[in-house]
Design a protein around this ligand. Structure first.
Ligand code: APR
Length: 246
């Protein structure tokens, strides 16, 4: 895969880089993206109908089961070459921040260290009432498991539509974006805010914005470089071209 020479030279000299990833980076690990149609039992629901506080209040077991299914998929999934390439990139850039919208934990599994999980972590569960994090919970119960501290319902530790992002995560994401000389957007349709606008903090300081995606998105006309193809192919090729690591 060929990359513009000036992009390779520029990235070699970059000391501060922020990356934003979306579901597309986990697609080659076999995890469906949000814009993929849901399958099987869940085909008749859209994520926007299930990933909300209202849906959980109205049908807690349905929402719990959807996340239990996705948690099992995430735990069974393995990082793919896109995750490995981002972990490798971090070893070559002194100030590297990986901001992710994904809740599958695959970046951490691939060895990425400075990860900002904007939308939470599907592998963790918390009490919807008192915020307690149980170390374990029954996965096969007929009812939604309850909190051992206050008997409130347990819920996935992810950000639902309409909920605010953890303020510490958003602050770290903005600060990293403001410092970055380059902002790499990988595998996101850039439809969900505020994640989809983080690149602007970098561009406003004169930084370079690079999109890696399977197809063009609403950001494609705004970025400095667009690299289109599967992230599992593009990212390893980019790391190899810039830092000579395969
Ligand atoms: N390599 C690169 N990009 C890919 C690949 C791949 N192998 N497969 C799919 N894509 C791209 C798609 O073209 C699409 O642009 O990844 C993007 C996935 O977009 P979405 O499914 O919208 O996922 P995402 O952008 O992460 O959604 C953002 O929306 O539903 C909420 O909170 C949820 O975090 C999620 C947020």
């Amino acid at each position: 895969m060929e990359f513009p020479k000036e992009l390779i030279t520029f990235l070699r000299a970059v000391s501060s880089l922020a990356v934003l990833t979306g579901a597309g980076v986990s697609a080659e690990s076999g995890l469906a993206t949000f814009r993929d149609a849901q399958t099987g039992l869940w085909a008749r629901f859209r994520p926007e109908e299930l990933a909300t506080p209202k849906a959980f209040a109205r049908q807690p077991k349905l929402v719990w089961d959807w996340y239990a299914m996705r948690r099992a998929q995430a735990l069974a999934a393995k990082p793919n070459p896109a995750h490995w390439a981002l972990a490798e990139m971090e070893r070559h850039v002194p100030d590297f921040t990986l901001i992710t919208q994904n809740v599958d934990g695959l970046h951490q599994a691939a060895g990425s260290r400075n990860v900002v999980p904007l939308h939470g972590n599907i592998r963790r569960v918390r009490c919807a009432q008192c915020g307690f994090y149980p170390p374990s919970w029954p996965e096969d119960s007929e009812q939604v498991p309850r909190c051992s501290q206050c008997n409130g319902l347990l819920r996935p530790d992810v950000v639902w539509f309409g909920e605010s992002l953890p303020s510490w995560a958003l602050r770290r994401a903005i600060q990293a974006s403001e410092r970055a000389q380059a902002f790499l957007i990988v595998g996101t349709s850039a439809l969900v805010q505020p994640a989809a606008s983080l690149w602007k903090f970098c561009a406003q300081q004169g930084g370079t914005v690079i999109e890696v995606n399977l197809e063009r998105t609403i950001l494609s006309d705004k970025v400095d470089y667009g690299l289109y193809g599967p992230a599992g192919r593009v990212l390893p090729a980019l790391v190899e071209a810039v830092w000579g690591v395969t």
